[in-house]
Design a protein around this ligand. Structure first.
Ligand code: GRF
Length: 208
């Protein structure tokens, strides 16, 4: 392992988690570098955030590929060029194929806006998650940082944070409260990985 752990980020949207990670690396000076940001959306604001911090940013157009596997081969090529050790999914709205999962075993991390294993899996993304949490009458909600395996939202859990669900919450107000926690635990988990503190033992992740 190199002294500095090299992270590549895949993002499809606003990239506020990407920003939180960039800021934490800059401010806390832990041994991590973001070596590339890749997106499947040409207009993802995450790409602008990357450029602003002199991080190479790439749009890879899904329409130019015949299958998710071919698309991920192209992503993999870029990741190798960038010399990425780890892959960080930050609001990436595509399912990762076995091409990437096999190339980065226990080296892909994701953040999910719910307390897994509840409210995860296919179709559970963005506002769908918060709507489901409110509809179910949950009293707490939260977010989960986990390693990515082939099962959607099923990989070993690295970190979680909880927030209360208020009686007058809408999916938007709840999402905002959860996002504030995401911005804390995602950089924290990246820091633990960069510092070599994270080991995976079956389903369990040990830190320290
Ligand atoms: C977050 O809510 C995250 O949990 C989910 O997608 C959203 C991304 O937000 N996976 P941002 O692009 O980081 O602002």
């Amino acid at each position: 392992m190199r002294d500095i752990t090299r992270f590549a980020v895949l993002a499809s949207g606003s990239g506020s988690n990407l920003q939180a990670i960039i800021d934490a690396i800059e401010q806390e000076k832990f041994p991590a570098r973001i070596v590339a940001v890749l997106s499947n959306k040409a207009d993802a604001f995450a790409l602008e955030r990357a450029k602003k911090h002199n991080v190479p940013a790439f749009f890879i157009n899904p329409k130019e590929f015949k299958s998710p596997q071919e698309y991920d081969q192209k992503v993999l090529e870029k990741l190798k060029e960038a010399g990425a050790d780890y892959l960080v999914l930050a609001g990436y709205m595509r399912i990762i194929s076995s091409v990437l999962v096999n190339a980065f075993p226990n080296r892909i991390v994701n953040i999910h806006p719910a307390l897994l294993p509840s409210f995860g899996g296919k179709g559970m993304y963005g506002h769908h998650v918060h709507e489901a949490v409110i509809a179910h009458g949950c009293k707490v909600a939260g977010c989960t940082v986990h390693f990515v395996t082939e099962g959607v939202d099923e990989g070993p859990i690295i970190a979680q944070a909880c927030v209360p669900v208020q009686e007058d919450d809408t999916p938007e107000t709840l999402a905002k409260r959860v996002l504030e926690q995401e911005h804390k635990i995602y950089p924290q988990a990246i820091r633990w990985i960069a510092e070599g503190k994270v080991t995976v033992d079956g389903r369990r992740v040990r830190v320290g």
